[in-house]
Every structure is written in structure tokens, then in C-alpha cells.
Design a protein around this ligand. Structure first.
Ligand code: PBG
Length: 323
């Protein structure tokens, strides 16, 4: 009660504020998404993600070495697949010499201590731009899960440390865990996109990978943005099925979900600050309407304050440079 309590006492100087700061960011909080393309010596900026690039494999290994030196301990790989390799079976995703498999091997060879996480979903490989096999305009669940578990094993065989299913099919975590066990990859982890919403914030990512859905939307598998209890159910199920890390996605608009989970579970929670969030800030900063770095740091701190222990973000290197 005032004047016994004066809240401004602990805010009076930078040192005082530092002493009582509850949440801190560090380089090892980040998982850095990397977009990989075929070719050599190519770094092409993604138009809707200013300052973010698609790299050819030779450049990506250098990039990963730089990240490791900055203190980053995990990367999350996505590949852009050529149109010829896209079909409705996802067979190209199992190619031991596919771009993903070659990338995992090259990165683990160049920077063995970097934790390599890989995207497991069919959308980059799908002629329909959907995360699974399509029949009569429907995304089939069980047939998709079968191919996803093979895809996960193929990534593990190439050296992936953690596979990250981003597809939202039911039962995929359990199926992947079983296949990994059978194949002897007992130490390969699973980071499950557990609470992944059917969001409008994914637009720039779909441009980056040329993976826009050819028909319809993803609402029959990604979650309804209006639901909270569903996110908790889905996440608890994924943990039961063997997820080592769970995820909430997108980030800023879903911090209530992050906090709810943090109050309920003891599994590490990752939050994905997605492409649209990145693009919005870049656009506002370009217009001079927001101070980029201040708002970026505010959002990143908010993720940790909400209860996330890992942050997937396109801002990682910019933020780390400021720490
Ligand atoms: C697809 C996938 C998406 C993202 C990651 N994996 C997009 C989608 O579900 O359509 C989005 C990431 C981002 O927007 O940054 N499996």
C-alpha cells in the first residue's frame, strides 16, 4: 500500500531494472528456420519477407556455422521442391538423395553440434499444396500419416536430431515415434506442431516455398482460431503420443495458449513467430510507423514471459546481435 510500496523504486535506474528483470532472452532460446533451394551460390531474398533469404545448400552450411558461433543451437529446415518432384503421393519426400536429406547430411557434417530439426509435412511436395495426400478434395489422414512416418525415418537416417511434424494429421506423433523406434532411432526427438491454427499469418511462408493450397484452405486439419480448450487437448495428446517438444503457432496472437500450456504441462514449449508476423513488422518499420528493433524485442520477450522455452523466429540473428 502506498507510500509503503512505491513501484517506481525498482524502476529507478537501468541497474535496478536489470536486477529485478524476470525474463531474459539468449541466443540459445532460438530455433532458426532455414529455407533451402537447389543450386549453388544462391541467396535469393523472399519478396514478402524482406531481409530473409532462401539459400542453396553450399551457402546454408556457412550460414549454420555462423549461427553456431553466435550461440544458436538449433535450426529448423525447410526445402523448396521443384515442380517436377511434386505429386500426390509425397514419394519425393522419401528420396535418400532429396534436397532435405542432402541438407541434413551436409549440415551435420559441417557443424556436428548444431541440433538439426526438420519439417515433416507434404505441402512442399504436394501438387495441391496441401499437407497430405488428397482424394476427392479431401486430405486423407491415415494414408498421410503412413508416408509422414517414413519421411521422419528418412530424415533420421540422414542424421536429423529432431523431426518436426507440421501437418496436423491425427495420430502422426505416435506413428512417427513407433517407426523411429522400429528403425532403431530411439534418440531422434519429435517436436510436434501441437497447437497449430488455421491462420492467415502463413502467407509469406507459402510464397517462400511455393506451397499455397491449390484449392480450399487448411481448416479440416489446422485448428479453429476461436478455440482454446482444443489446443490443450491436442497438446496433451501429442505428449502422450511421444512428443518431446510441443509447439504453439502462430506466436503473438496466441500467447494465451502458450500461458495456458505453461501452467499445465512440463514439456518444453516452442512458439513459432511466423512469416506474416515478421512481414507485418518489416512493413510498418519500412513506413517509419514503428521502431523495428524495439517492437521485435518486445515481442520476443513476450514469448518467454508467456512461458515458451524455445522461439522459432526469422528475427533470431538480428535479435541476438542486439543482446
Ligand atoms: C506447412 C507449414 C507452414 C508453416 C510451417 N510449416 C504453413 C502452412 O501450414 O500452410 C508456416 C510458417 C510461417 O508462416 O512462417 N506444413
Amino acid at each position: 500500500m502506498y507510500p509503503l510500496n512505491r513501484n517506481r523504486r525498482l524502476r529507478s535506474t537501468p541497474s535496478m531494472r536489470e536486477l529485478v528483470q524476470e525474463t531474459r532472452l539468449s541466443a540459445s532460446d532460438f530455433l532458426v528456420p532455414l529455407f533451402i533451394v537447389e543450386g549453388t551460390n544462391t541467396a535469393s531474398e523472399i519478396p514478402s519477407m524482406p531481409g530473409y533469404f532462401r539459400y542453396s545448400l553450399d551457402l546454408v552450411t556457412t550460414e549454420v556455422a555462423k549461427l553456431y558461433d553466435m550461440g544458436v543451437r538449433g535450426v529448423l529446415l525447410f526445402v523448396k521442391v521443384s515442380d517436377q518432384e511434386k505429386d500426390n503421393t509425397g514419394i519425393a519426400a522419401l528420396n535418400p538423395d532429396g534436397l532435405m536429406q542432402r541438407s541434413i547430411r551436409a549440415i551435420k557434417k559441417a557443424v556436428p553440434n548444431m541440433v538439426v530439426c526438420t519439417d515433416v509435412a507434404l505441402d512442399p511436395y504436394s501438387v495441391y499444396g496441401h499437407d497430405g495426400i488428397v482424394e476427392n478434395k479431401e486430405v486423407l489422414n491415415d494414408a498421410t500419416v503412413e508416408i509422414l512416418s517414413k519421411m521422419a525415418v528418412s530424415h533420421a537416417e540422414s542424421g536429423a536430431d529432431i523431426v518436426a511434424p507440421s501437418d496436423m494429421m491425427d495420430g502422426r506423433v505416435l506413428a512417427i515415434r513407433k517407426q523411429l523406434e522400429t528403425a532403431g532411432f530411439v534418440h531422434t526427438g519429435i517436436m510436434s506442431y501441437s497447437a497449430k491454427y488455421a491462420s492467415g499469418f502463413y502467407g509469406p511462408f507459402r510464397d517462400a516455398l511455393d506451397s499455397n493450397p491449390g484449392f480450399g484452405d487448411k481448416k479440416t486439419y489446422q485448428m479453429d482460431i476461436a478455440n482454446r480448450k482444443e489446443a490443450i487437448n491436442e497438446t496433451l495428446q501429442d505428449i502422450e503420443e511421444g512428443a518431446d517438444i510441443v509447439m504453439v503457432k502462430p506466436g503473438i496472437a496466441y500467447l494465451d495458449i502458450v500461458r495456458d500450456l505453461a501452467n499445465k504441462i512440463h514439456t518444453p514449449i516452442a512458439v513459432y513467430q511466423v512469416s506474416g508476423e515478421y512481414a507485418m513488422l518489416k512493413a510498418a518499420a519500412e513506413k517509419g510507423w514503428l521502431d523495428h528493433d524495439t517492437v521485435m524485442m518486445e515481442q520476443l520477450i513476450a514469448f518467454k514471459r508467456a512461458g515458451a522455452s524455445l522461439i522459432v523466429s526469422y528475427h533470431a540473428t538480428t535479435a541476438i546481435a542486439l543482446l
